[in-house]
Design a binder for this molecule. Structure first.
Ligand code: CTP
Ligand code: CA
Length: 232
């Protein structure tokens, strides 16, 4: 189960959740994408609705059923995700970026199907960076009192530990909370369960033990609700 959720503590709050993985078109039949299932974002949307919030769920290529009582906006690319999140966020109390936006898109998209050559050669794909939505909504806040939450799946590397990298990412993004999954041991994508560390811009750190995505969703909303209560 999700544990004790203070039902109604998000009543009157407008929240935006993004979920899924974006796709960047190469030609009419091909795209660059990732394996994000959207399950954590959908669990967040369901949990917020259960606690009384008015929820907009921006869903990128998710095949799960729409959660009841939630406004779902379907998008494909990172550019579409950005437009939908920015417009839904204008008067939002909280924004949670659980989606996995593609970091890069092809410099050009072919109007016609890319054909293969007889000589065995292959085309090169030139990429350009996509806009960073989380950084944008965190640094140009339409509401200074909104609570903005990011996600990060990290593995430690030669530049630092998971915690070092996560703290640096939180600072770089400028969000209020960063939900960190340590994926050093293997993939979390597509799994039912999750465990996480939730870092706050205020220096706080909350460990969430292994459990369901719904349980993690409720712990995230607990932290958001505390921050909202302290602000208004
Ligand atoms: N994010 C975003 N826009 C992007 C990329 C990521 O809003 N173009 C958000 C994700 O939804 C997530 C957070 O930023 O909440 C962190 O995503 P992550 O991929 O870990 O961060 P990046 O800045 O893309 O760094 P990395 O090079 O580690 O992928
Ligand atoms: Ca990324």
């Amino acid at each position: 189960t999700s544990g004790a959720a203070p039902l109604g503590d998000l009543a009157g709050r407008r929240v935006v959740v993004s979920a899924g993985g974006t796709r960047e078109r190469l030609d009419p039949v091909r795209f660059l994408g990732n394996r994000s299932s959207g399950r954590q974002g959908y669990a967040l949307a369901r949990a917020a609705a259960a606690r009384g919030a008015e929820v907009t769920l921006v869903a990128a290529n998710v095949t799960l059923p729409d959660p009841a009582g939630v406004k779902v906006v379907a998008v494909e690319s990172t550019a579409e995700l950005r437009d939908a999140v920015l417009s839904a966020s204008v008067d939002a109390d909280a924004v949670v970026m659980a989606a996995a936006p593609a970091d890069f898109r092809p410099l050009s998209t072919s109007e016609t199907k890319i054909k293969k050559a007889d000589d065995g050669s292959a085309p090169s794909i030139v990429l350009q960076q996509n806009p960073d939505i989380l950084k944008e909504i965190s640094t140009h806040r339409s509401r200074p009192d909104a609570v903005i939450v990011g996600f990060a799946a990290e593995t430690g590397d030669h530049t630092g530990s998971v915690l070092d990298l996560a703290r640096a990412k939180l600072a770089r993004k400028g969000c209020d909370l960063l939900v960190v999954n340590d994926v050093s041991g293997g993939a979390v994508f597509g799994s039912t369960d999750n465990e996480a560390l939730i870092l706050g811009a205020d220096g706080s750190s909350t460990e969430v033990p292994h459990g369901s995505k719904s349980a993690l969703a409720h712990r995230i909303w607990d932290l958001v609700a505390v921050r909202l209560a302290g602000r208004s």
